[in-house]
Design a protein around this ligand. Structure first.
Ligand SMILES: Nc1ncnc2c1ncn2[C@@H]1O[C@H](COP(=O)(O)OP(=O)(O)O)[C@@H](O)[C@H]1O
Ligand SMILES: [Mg+2]
Length: 480
């Protein structure tokens, strides 16, 4: 019995488990906030591993349950002609890429969560915006809970963000922040980070799910009441028992994920939820000693360092929102020396790659059973659009046969399980981008050839494909 229980609940000792059961201790997932009666290794809701911690009992508080004034529903037709104060007041953050991702600018009274791994540059981004904002729109409150004033000042000097309208508040308590917001007229509030704040009325530790949720809720309520925008910085960490920003997603208006390869200086900003704009746009930045620099022409950056005459590489135009970007897809197919050949993927979905390899085997009669396949998207980009299928297959075939694809050749298109090449959206924009960078040939689906391509694409010879058999015919005649 002893053995079995400790086997099922490896993190909890037998006697602890008994006392927990007696005291009705609950467990809570730090990623999504799911509550269970027992500790689980994997969260059934959000699938994260090792994310359950003991749920902290809360002290009773709050007048939130009390009825404050009489409320009644109103027919929508009785509103009259309401002004749209929210959407009409989009203010620039001073960083064009940030504005584009967020939908044109920061909306008055909205709460924006910037989430990312530690060290990726969240504080840098927030301070850069705060510096610009304080010069342009008046007083900005910057709450720094985890760094010393010295560190912040050092960074602000580096980023050229120092201004006497930028007011720093070093505190770890929510009550201080709320009373400071009440005490003055701020045009923006920045909280860096939400995990460092705690509500004194709750007994749980800072960074716990309930603290993070409660503090965000109160801050959002306050800033909505005063109609000022707020930027909240939140860390994402799988381990370390810090509550993930997932529990905040429904409270805030916009969730931005800031990521990138820590080893490269490239940083990507994308919206995961946006009440005021699209979630398709991608913002591209470069981290330097004087802060984050916008990269207006990301394609040129991603195309850097390509080598002529090497097999297994092709460039494709991806569509990050309204703006296309050129990225390089690389594949390496080599003889396997193990029983089960390896499949390694960076920047793409492994299942999708396995599926496409199976389609190649079935529809083109090739065999990859004795080959290791590695696939990579350069620049730390993650591609999740189906248009990558065709260039991916081309890169795999190019490496398999060791036939280099010309540096001036591109492709985009989805591949179905029958081996058919399917059309994708935004073909005109994609072709326009590859034409701009001097590409001469592009493989696409026949479905994308109609309606006739416009003048932007002059100079690019389009090769329409019905299925991968036609592609293989083309490639076997390509010879470099
Ligand atoms: N003096 C410096 N020169 C250049 N880059 C720096 C300097 N100091 C910090 N950085 C960059 O800033 C990053 C940390 O940014 P920060 O905004 O503190 O991240 P976060 O708030 O997400 O933890 C570092 O990983 C580094 O890339
Ligand atoms: Mg920071």
């Amino acid at each position: 019995m002893n053995y079995k229980l400790s086997w099922i609940f490896p993190k909890i000792r037998q006697e602890d488990y008994r006392s927990m059961a007696r005291e009705r201790i609950l467990f809570e997932c730090i990623e999504c906030g799911m509550v269970t009666l027992r500790w689980l290794g994997r969260c059934p809701q959000c699938d994260s591993w090792d994310s359950f911690v003991e749920k902290q009992e809360e002290g009773v508080k709050s007048d939130r349950g009390k009825v404050q004034k009489e409320v009644r529903p109103i027919p929508i037709t009785d509103f009259g002609d309401l002004q749209m104060p929210l959407s009409s007041k989009k203010l620039s953050s001073g960083i064009k890429e940030f504005d584009r991702v967020i939908g044109g600018g920061i909306v008055q009274g909205s709460a924006v969560l910037i989430a990312g791994e530690p060290g990726i540059g969240k504080s840098t981004l927030a301070l850069q915006i705060a510096g610009f904002w304080s010069r342009k729109n008046g007083k900005v409150l910057y709450v720094h809970g985890e760094e010393s004033l010295h560190q912040i000042q050092d960074r602000a000097r580096r980023l050229d963000s120092c201004h006497n309208n930028l007011l720093m508040l070093g505190t770890n308590t929510l009550q201080d922040v709320v009373s400071t917001i009440d005490s003055d007229n701020f045009s923006l509030v920045v909280v860096d980070s939400i995990q460092s704040l705690s509500n004194l009325e709750l007994s749980s530790v800072p960074g716990s799910v309930s603290q993070v949720r409660e503090c965000t809720f109160e801050l959002v309520r306050k800033t909505k009441e005063k109609d000022i925008p707020m930027i909240i910085v939140g860390h994402i960490t799988k381990d370390g028992y810090i509550a993930g920003p997932k529990v905040l997603e429904h409270i805030v208006d916009t969730v931005l994920y800031f990521d990138g390869d820590g080893k490269h200086s490239l940083r990507l900003l994308r919206a995961n939820k946006n009440r005021f704009g699209s979630t398709q746009e991608i913002g591209v930045f470069e981290m330097g000693s004087d802060g984050l620099k916008e990269i207006v022409e990301p394609s040129a950056l991603f195309l850097n360092g390509r080598v002529e005459g090497v097999s297994g590489s092709i460039v494709m135009p991806i569509l990050g929102g309204t703006r296309p970007m050129l990225v390089e897809i690389q594949a390496l197919v080599s003889k396997s020396h193990v029983v089960q050949p390896k499949r390694g993927v960076v920047g793409l979905n492994l299942q999708r790659v396995t599926l496409l390899v199976a389609v190649l085997e079935k529809r083109a009669g090739l065999s990859f059973g004795d080959r290791d396949i590695f696939v990579n998207v350069t620049g730390g980009i993650n591609i999740d659009e189906p248009a990558v299928d065709l260039p991916l297959i081309m890169a795999i075939l190019s490496s398999y046969w060791d036939i280099p694809i010309s540096l001036r050749c591109s492709a985009f298109g989805e591949i179905g399980l029958g081996g058919e090449v399917r059309p994708v959206n935004g073909s005109k924009v994609r072709l326009g981008e590859i034409a701009k960078f001097g590409f001469q040939k592009c493989f696409i689906s026949v479905g994308n050839v109609n309606p006739p391509l416009d003048n932007d694409c002059v100079g690019v010879k389009v090769v329409p494909l019905n299925n991968i058999r036609e592609l293989i015919e083309f490639m076997s005649n390509m010879e470099g």
